[in-house]
Design a protein around this ligand. Sequence first.
Ligand code: PRP
Length: 222
Amino acid sequence: MADMLTIALSKGRILEQTLPLLAYANLTPSEDVQTTRKLMVDGPVIDGTQVRFLIIRAADVCTYVEQGAADMGISGRDLLLEHRPHVYEPLDLKIGCCRICVCGPKELVEQGKPKAGSRICVATKYDNLAEQYYLSQGIQAEIIHLYGGMELAPLVGMAERIVDIVETGSTLRANGLVEETTLYDISSRLIVNPASAAIKRSLIKPIIEQLREAVQRRETLV
Ligand code: PRP
């Protein structure tokens, strides 16, 4: 629909940091997206085009944008690296900053990294990234997929390492785990459906530029 611009936003902790950036670009949702149970919320009308927001799970943002159900979205780099969706990634929003690390119980990590040729059980929600890393190390990794609370897996003897997000490190500390290796620095990225980028260029390009300005302004304030 040429007279509609759909932007997919992640529910949860990133949303709070996203809203001031959107406000700077005059993209304020018509209701409080942090509390509403609605999954689709209107935004402003820009040059005759109705903006609307989809409020969805972080892991689903790239799917909506890749499928063209949303023209643009905000997604963590972790999910882009893991799922490699066919989307443009024009802007680092520099929010939601954290890292993907290999972590393990302190006493195991202190023994040193597993040797090439060894076998290891790894719990993660980043199956592809974990598999790539261990392949690159010549280590045979059995990947155990979990949806959250990865830190529990080594405590109950289900895995020797986890590959997970670390932000403050407090979840690791609370569970007696330490970082072994940082694999990727993560932040939230603006993503754009390639067909939308071409068809709705006159609408999308100024939004990207305004968001770029908002990011720069935020950096000078911080
Ligand atoms: C994430 C991540 C870690 C934690 C890291 O989990 O999976 O568990 O945050 O943050 P920290 O370093 O500041 O402690 P989240 O809270 O999103 O829940 P989840 O385990 O259900 O994914």
